[in-house]
Design a protein around this ligand. Structure first.
Ligand SMILES: Nc1nc2c(ncn2[C@@H]2O[C@H](COP(=O)(O)OP(=O)(O)OP(=O)(O)O)[C@@H](O)[C@H]2O)c(=O)[nH]1
Ligand SMILES: Nc1nc2c(ncn2[C@@H]2O[C@H](COP(=O)(O)OP(=O)(O)OP(=O)(O)O)[C@@H](O)[C@H]2O)c(=O)[nH]1
Ligand SMILES: [Mg+2]
Ligand SMILES: [Mg+2]
Ligand SMILES: [Zn+2]
Ligand SMILES: [Zn+2]
Lengths: 206, 206
């Protein structure tokens, strides 16, 4: 059985499992260091303030850095180390979910491994898939990685607070994104100062 | 035959081929948008000014962005698109080398795909392997990706010019690096303003 169709089958099963428990889920992909963990924590804080119960799976090759940051922010977090893989897959997520009481969860964020290539081919079974890039990586990120932007529902450009200090033409990135996703906008945010976070929550359906 | 030992065999052959032509070669790995292309261009300019002939292989999943930037900087560049792989391998490099007259080359840079995971396992057959990260990705990059730092000869922390604008404790990253590579230093540089580039060239043996 080939790897990708087996992954799709397991993702489908994960999706049913999450929906049966009334959990709304988001796969947070993106480049290394784009701000995925920081964003999940900020969004979780806003959702918890609205009375929602938030959980997260911290996907990483190794270590517990992101898991600890999430747990310290009051999120029901589970750590998921891939060992050698540079992307999470539906099988790993299935096991990570076993460690959670989904009846006590309204929203689940899954932080994928920082990588703009492989995660595109491995859906996890979430309702939505979001890609996070940042202004500090250069204005060619969308052009160079069309696949992951095509296989996701939302795209976010983070760290706009430091745009004045890096050579970055935001409208170039925006045009690249709009040329492959005519129906979507690139959400410009700053996790650091809070810009754009409320609109992003709205676009996620909260 | 397993993939990794086949890759080692081909890397070994590439290495002999490059040495037979007197070419000194560097595999430039690192995170997405860390500044690999910008660094290669700056180092090449300095080497060309010293009378050396510089070539480069621009590894990317898709597109010609980096390849064109290198060619426009006067580097003998060859483009190498991996299609789906998030890392270059020795087989791809073997083919890319076929497009070069190595008797007209003194120094070869190979820009790997932006990824701190898989490239560690796929040596290409170069003399040296270098990992480039930047201050904008957070201070946990080394801790989270020990493998690639263990499987390389030099580590570079780029964009130190913007360190004042991001929450970044450089000494933390440095300590993480020194704890896994006791014999090495983390080269702090800024491609933008030229800091640290001469020392880095020295460390590369030029
Ligand atoms: N200036 C600025 N820095 C930010 C922002 N968001 C995150 N950062 C910083 O970016 C660095 C990386 O943030 P993380 O949340 O660890 O990023 P990540 O995408 O989870 O990183 P990995 O999981 O290692 O791939 C940290 O130093 C953050 O403080 C932002 O909006 N503005
Ligand atoms: N402030 C600052 N920006 C830098 C520096 N070096 C590179 N950049 C910027 O960082 C962004 C990415 O640079 P690239 O050279 O494309 O990085 P890369 O690692 O080759 O990127 P990929 O090949 O896409 O993974 C660009 O906007 C550069 O201008 C630096 O020293 N300081
Ligand atoms: Mg993270
Ligand atoms: Mg590049
Ligand atoms: Zn992968
Ligand atoms: Zn890979």
């Amino acid at each position: 059985l080939d790897v990708l169709s087996e992954n799709k089958r397991l993702a489908h099963r994960n999706h049913h499992h999450l929906q049966d428990h009334g959990v709304r889920s988001v796969d947070v992909m993106g480049s290394i260091g784009a701000g995925k963990t920081a964003l999940i924590i900020r969004l979780a804080e806003k959702l918890i303030a609205k009375g929602l119960r938030v959980a997260a799976i911290a996907g990483d090759v190794t270590g517990e850095d992101d898991f600890k940051r999430m747990r310290n922010a009051g999120i029901l977090a589970v750590n998921c180390n891939t060992g050698k893989e540079c992307h999470l897959d539906a099988h790993m997520v299935e096991h990570a979910l076993e460690g959670m009481d989904l009846d006590a969860v309204d929203v689940l964020f899954i932080e994928n491994v920082g990588n703009l290539v492989c995660p595109a081919d491995f859906p996890l079974g979430t309702d939505l898939r979001m890609v996070v890039i940042s202004v500090t990586e250069g204005d060619d990120m969308v052009r160079k990685h069309p696949d992951i932007f095509l296989h996701s529902d939302l795209a976010v450009l983070n760290k706009v607070d430091v745009a004045p200090y890096v050579d970055m033409d935001i409208s170039l990135v925006e045009n690249d994104y709009m040329s492959i996703r005519r129906d979507r906008i690139l959400h410009r945010i700053s996790v650091k100062n809070g810009d754009g976070l409320e609109e992003l929550l709205g676009a996620l359906g909260f």
